[in-house]
Design a protein around this ligand. Structure first.
Ligand code: FAD
Length: 262
């Protein structure tokens, strides 16, 4: 079985700053980490490797420093890493990001399962996993909280998918893509041996030409969505607080609403 995990390196903060001129993230001076949901995706792949003797890959599309995220994934127990990095990818929207990742996954080939995090803590769209499945025409299950079983012979996987008020059980034919939530497992820490192995491992860098993509198909020029403006909405004015006897409060509120409606 071949498993591919997609990870994104994100700023170690939820207070993402945006360059108002370019409408892109300001990454300078902010420490980077693996997107927290992707840590669960890595852990799940390593558990499946231990259970089904799978071969595992980790892929990221990102600038040169994203190599650190790949090495961390290797130190946790992933077998191989691929870095998709090319200036031509700058400004890619989620559609192009998922196209590039899908092309890289096709290049790895012969895969059974792709695991993504539920969403990235900076971009936050949760579109890339489903986007990859769409480009590769694969069955997908989002919000997976448990992989219950994998029937390797018949290529069927059973998962539990988190819902607001419970969960649903889905069966997917492999190859398939899942996105995972934090309920799925408890990520482990890398071992010293893992860290040493990861440090020495070579990581290939794939550019748009390696993926059979033309320059105009990727980056800002290939992206069907463009960020026109990013702004923080003005804070809402403080509402009126009614205090005292509840009945009187309700009466005054109803009266105010009546005046407002009329
Ligand atoms: P989500 O869809 O929330 O992530 C879900 C999961 O997908 C992750 O948990 C992970 O498993 C996987 N995943 C997501 N991204 C990657 C990745 N890169 N590699 C591997 N796996 C991944 N960003 C910039 O940095 N520079 C820009 O110039 C830029 N321009 C943009 C222009 C537009 C018009 C738009 C819409 C976005 C732009 N972005 C840019 C943001 C960039 O498109 C997104 O960060 C990226 O597509 C991932 O989306 P997301 O963060 O919402 O991830």
């Amino acid at each position: 079985m071949k498993i591919i995990v997609c990870i994104k390196q994100v700023p170690e903060t939820t207070e993402v700053k945006i360059n108002p001129e370019t409408n892109t993230l300001i990454r300078e001076g902010v420490a980077s980490i693996i997107n927290p949901f992707d840590m669960y995706a890595i852990e799940e792949a390593v558990r499946l490797k231990e259970r089904y003797s799978a071969h595992t890959f980790v892929i990221t599309m990102g600038p040169p420093q994203a190599e650190d995220a790949l090495r961390e994934a290797l130190s946790i127990g992933i077998d191989e890493a691929i870095h998709i990095s090319d200036k031509a990818f700058a400004g890619s929207d989620t559609w192009v990001t998922s196209l590039v990742l899908a092309k890289a996954i096709e290049r790895v080939g012969d895969y059974d399962l792709i695991i993504c995090g539920k969403q990235a803590s900076d971009g936050d769209t949760a579109q890339v996993g489903p986007g990859i499945a769409t480009h590769l025409n694969l069955p997908q299950a989002t919000y997976v909280r448990k992989i219950s079983s994998i029937d390797e012979k018949n290529k069927i996987m059973r998962v539990e998918r988190l819902l607001e008020d419970g969960y649903e059980i889905l069966e997917l034919f492999l190859p398939a893509l899942i996105t995972v939530v934090k309920e799925i497992n408890e990520p482990r820490l890398p071992s010293l041996r893992g860290k040493l192995r990861a440090k020495k491992q070579s990581i290939p860098i794939w550019m748009h030409t390696d993926l059979g993509l033309r320059e105009e198909e990727v980056g800002l020029s290939g992206s069907p969505t463009q960020v026109v403006r990013i702004f923080t909405p003005p804070s809402r004015p403080k509402g009126e607080i009614f205090e005292g006897d509840p009945e009187e409060c309700v009466n005054s509120l109803v009266e105010k609403l009546r005046i407002h409606i009329l």
